[in-house]
Design a protein around this ligand. Structure first.
Ligand code: DAH
Length: 339
């Protein structure tokens, strides 16, 4: 028996398996129930007691060797078939998973689309700004609370370099280098030093609008905003302008639309008033025009600014602002690709 085992051991060691058929042949010959090794185990019963220990050990070594050899070649052959599939350029490609557009992008694109029908073009400016473009040129007095550390992320003091707190800074950049007529919308991200919660975030998105030309009046502003509101929220939407204050517009107003969830009847979303605020607007203050090098005797203009998150919430009822920046695919894929 000992001889038989040693013979099998050297036989197994010498075997080289190249394909699946040879692997199966190997299994049948050595490892199957009727294979050589099982037969040897059968014969083990007849081994005299004093030799049982030695023979037992040898038999186990043989069995392990055969088993190892088998697994080794089995792995090799599997890997080879996988990589040969990879090399087969005629195989159909794996389908590419397409993502969905982010809800804020969908709404931003829709806003841009609506205003482009009225002749507005898109302008953009930097997120890292200086005091002049964010505050001073927009007529913010030196001691205005919005300059305070509590609202603004300052990057450097003297000269003041900061993260823009609104997209109105882009108005200034455009007016400084472009002569009227100017008719632009300016989408972008803005930053404020806020505690993050369901209703506030330290960054969010705005779209700013600016129209400067000869003889532009508040009536032009009102009609443009009415058109926007009806295109965005449906043709039955009503608007309401309330007097307000912004340093860079005079007169200034805030615009509400009739609540598009309850149709103006009153619900928890509009706090039972039937109206929801969506933007700030006004006639560009002559001081601002002059600071940007535009003759305020010759030109007038209007401006408006709205939060994209707010418009998105009205369209899609997203309750928690934080969901917009958490990158949870289960949330993101719910929004159809409308634009
Ligand atoms: N910049 C204002 C804000 O961030 C929004 C705004 C109000 C923009 C009135 C305007 C405007 O252009 O005319 O709250």
């Amino acid at each position: 028996m000992k001889e038989k085992i040693t013979k099998l051991l050297s036989e197994i060691n010498a075997v080289h398996i190249k394909n699946k058929a040879q692997l199966e042949e190997f299994r049948l010959k050595y490892l199957s129930k009727k294979g050589e090794i099982s037969t040897l185990f059968e014969g083990f019963k007849q081994v005299p007691n004093e030799l049982k220990k030695e023979m037992g050990q040898l038999l186990n070594t043989l069995k392990n060797e055969a088993q190892e050899k088998f697994s080794h070649f089995q792995n090799n052959i599997n890997n080879e078939t996988e990589s040969s599939n990879l090399n087969d350029l005629t195989m159909p490609a794996d389908p590419i998973e397409t993502g969905s557009r982010h809800p804020l992008s969908i709404v931003r694109n829709e806003i841009i689309e609506i205003f482009s029908r009225l002749g507005f073009t898109v302008s953009e400016g930097p997120e890292i700004e200086d005091d002049w473009h964010v505050f001073t040129a927009l007529n913010f007095p030196e001691e205005h609370p919005a300059r305070d550390m509590q609202d603004t992320f300052f990057i450097e003091k003297t000269p003041d370099i900061l993260l823009r707190t609104h997209t109105s800074s882009v108005q200034v950049r455009v007016m400084e280098k472009q002569k009227p007529p100017i008719r632009i919308i300016m989408p972008g991200r803005v930053f404020r030093h806020e505690v993050i919660s369901a209703r506030a975030h330290c960054f969010f998105h705005q779209v700013e609008g600016l129209y400067i030309d000869k003889n532009i009046s508040f009536a032009d502003l009102k009609q443009t905003l009415l058109y926007f509101a009806r295109e965005m929220f449906g043709e039955n939407t009503q608007i309401r302008l309330r007097p307000s204050y912004f340093p860079f517009t005079e007169p200034s107003a805030e615009m509400d639309i009739s609540c598009n969830l309850c149709g103006g009847k009153g619900c928890t979303f509009c706090k039972h008033t039937g109206w929801v605020e969506i933007l700030g607007c006004g006639m560009v203050d002559p001081n601002v025009l002059e600071k940007c090098g535009i003759n305020s005797k010759e030109y007038t203009g209007y401006a408006f600014g709205m939060g994209i998150e707010r418009i998105t919430n009205l369209k899609f009822q997203v309750k928690d602002l934080r969901m917009f920046s958490e990158n949870d695919i289960r949330f993101l894929k719910q929004f159809s690709n409308t634009i």
